[in-house]
Write a protein that binds this ligand. Structure first.
Ligand SMILES: [Zn+2]
Length: 264
């Protein structure tokens, strides 16, 4: 019954017109918004409404949350849900936003496959039992001006939440029937390929952080898929195909927001 009520409530939320000011924030801040189909843009607005209504947003370290911050984070979180059946990150309760990098205990990659335990600067985190996602506002790409976004901390942390939907953190989210065999093969091969390249000190298209474990590999691959689709499709065509089938998106065909970011 509650599932039915949830479905009805979410349907109503998605049908609400987005306040004009929020629409402007998304159009300006979500770097690849213009490349989305009109159906996906509409869906993104609807998912944003649901996430803003269902998740608790908190500012940390003195950050005063504005509509721009909440709407931008919710909109990027919605990108991963487009074209898919979704339960809106059911393991996630809160989204904590720091103004910039913050210090927390954990492991840091020093290069060449070497990791160091201690207090380190972080840009985001989440965990299977955390019920929260933490992100640094300064590190979230917004607007088509400025530096080329190499990644996106919101996409990274929310990819972890998709991984957690089956209550297991293993780098494999809930897949559609028929995708398991190819996913297992491709992700297994590509993870080993990245580990070898990182250990050998070779340059990689994927962030070397993905070599830490299979959980990080899925999150890092998701970031590269959305932020550097063409580069990723050229260097990792099989991995790109798997993520395209999973996310129902084709970022390699999007207009070159990377180039416009470099020149404006
Ligand atoms: Zn991660």
């Amino acid at each position: 019954m509650s599932k039915l009520l949830n479905g009805y409530r979410r349907h109503r939320l998605r049908s609400l017109p987005l306040p004009t000011e929020w629409e402007r924030v998304i159009e300006h801040n979500v770097v690849f918004f213009e490349s989305l189909s009109s159906a996906d843009r509409k869906a993104l607005f609807g998912h944003t409404q649901v996430l803003l209504a269902e998740k608790r947003f908190e500012g940390c370290d003195g950050l005063v949350l504005t509509d721009e911050i909440r709407v931008t984070v919710a909109a990027y979180a919605s990108v991963l849900l487009l074209g898919r059946d979704t339960d809106y990150y059911p393991r996630l309760t809160s989204i904590l936003v720091y103004p910039g990098a913050y210090v927390a205990r954990g492991e840091r990659h020093l290069g060449d496959g070497i990791w160091e335990e201690g207090d380190h600067t972080r840009l985001g985190e989440t965990g299977l039992r955390l019920g929260a996602v933490v992100v640094a506002w300064d590190d979230i790409p917004r607007g088509r001006g400025g530096r080329i976004p190499r990644g996106n901390v919101v996409l990274h942390e929310l990819a972890h939440q998709l991984d957690f939907e089956d209550y297991v953190a293993d780098g494999t989210p809930l897949l559609e029937p028929g995708q398991h065999a190819s996913w297992k093969q491709v992700f297994g091969d590509e993870y080993e390929r990245l580990r070898c390249a990182v250990n050998a000190g070779e340059p990689t298209v994927l962030d070397p952080y993905g070599a830490k474990n299979r959980v990080e590999f899925f999150a890092v691959a998701t970031e590269a898929f959305f932020c550097r689709g063409r580069e990723m499709q050229a260097a990792h065509p099989a991995l790109y195909r798997e993520l395209r089938a999973f996310y129902h998106q084709h970022p390699a065909a999007w207009s070159p927001h990377e180039a416009s970011a470099a020149t404006s």
